[in-house]
Design a protein around this ligand. Structure first.
Ligand SMILES: Cc1cc2nc3c(=O)[nH]c(=O)nc-3n(C[C@H](O)[C@H](O)[C@H](O)COP(=O)(O)OP(=O)(O)OC[C@H]3O[C@@H](n4cnc5c(N)ncnc54)[C@H](O)[C@@H]3O)c2cc1C
Length: 285
């Protein structure tokens, strides 16, 4: 395998992490199972004890139309997809220009804005195991059960790029902070909003070091410059604990925490109340 040095304090959208040697997935070989795949790190928080990381090589950065189907490589940036659709008058991808990431990451997270989600027009994905149709995949709000690198995704092709939708999505994003973040920190619990709950427990604008639950939108954990992993994790746990104590609602992380100490930690990544009850939280000094 070839490797590439990546400085995560520059590469990741939340600007946290050190320089790490990242493997490049060029071919389907068995050793890829030893690595955790990243895209362009718009939804991840890299820890101080990260797992071995891998990313798709440039080979998977392409867009093509074949047999009336739009085929996009997993390493294709969302901005490139949006420009291609605009230039070729293709419909239903207008929202993608407002979602930072690469196509594989967008599909894996079923990224979207309100009811506009990447799965709406998905036909199938290609992984090292072959082609998997949409109805063979479990998916939902910011969730899929895909467990392999997505090399390519194929979409229904409809024509009619809609400029008014671009404006609509732009407006939808206007309340989001521009300070570096990893997007929404928590998923919205059913029937409620993570931002509202964080605000209700008094954590909107709460700052530890350079990390803060943004005073513009509480569900954005922003980095004011020199923010670090420990302060980010402290704030995440604090929000989970307080919201749980006050509302009996467990905030599930949308941000993917890439640190060996937390990756199997159900308290951070899953809806596991028992685990929280077992844990006594330490106070941050
Ligand atoms: C300012 C800001 C605003 C945002 N707004 C939104 C929003 O409105 N809606 C929304 O849905 N998201 C939003 N996001 C989050 C982000 O745009 C999406 O989660 C996007 O899908 C991340 O893509 P990525 O390539 O950066 O993936 P990464 O962050 O690198 O990875 C995210 C996850 O995807 C997996 N993954 C990445 N590539 C692949 C692949 N090829 N195959 C399989 N798995 C893969 C990784 O293993 C990881 O678990 C926002 C982010 C930011 C920074």
């Amino acid at each position: 395998m070839n490797y590439k040095d990546i400085n995560f304090s520059k590469y990741s959208s939340i600007k946290i992490g050190t320089t790490l040697n990242v493997a490049l997935l060029e071919e389907c070989v068995s050793s890829i199972e030893d690595y955790y795949l990243i895209g362009s790190c718009n939804n991840v928080l890299i820890g101080t004890e990260p797992p071995p990381l891998m990313m798709l090589s440039k080979k998977y950065d392409y867009i093509k139309i074949e047999d009336g189907i739009l085929k996009i490589g997993g390493a294709t940036p969302s901005g490139k997809v949006a420009s291609f659709c605009k230039k070729n008058n293709i419909a239903n991808f207008e929202f993608v220009s407002h979602l930072p990431g690469k196509l594989g990451g967008l599909v894996y997270m079923n990224a979207g804005l309100k009811e506009y989600e990447i799965f709406n027009n998905l036909v199938n994905i290609t992984t090292c195991s072959g082609v998997k149709k949409r109805d063979e995949i479990n998916y939902g709000y910011r969730f899929t059960d895909i467990s392999e690198p997505i090399l390519e995704a194929a979409f229904k092709l409809s024509y009619g790029f809609d400029e008014t939708k671009v404006e609509m999505f732009k407006k939808m994003r206007s309340n989001q902070p521009r300070t570096p973040s990893a997007g929404s920190c928590f998923k919205n619990p059913e029937g409620d909003y993570a931002g509202r709950l964080i605000e209700a427990v008094g954590l909107k604008g709460k700052r530890v070091g350079d990390m803060e639950f943004s005073s513009e939108h509480a569900n954005f954990l922003v980095n004011h410059g020199d923010g670090n992993f420990d302060d980010a994790i402290f704030l995440i746990k604090e929000a989970q604990r307080k919201v749980f104590e006050e509302f009996d609602i467990w905030l599930e992380c949308e941000v993917v925490v890439l640190d060996k100490r937390y990756m199997s930690d159900k308290r951070l990544n899953r809806n596991a109340r028992e685990a929280l009850n077992a844990e006594s939280y330490t106070t941050h000094t």
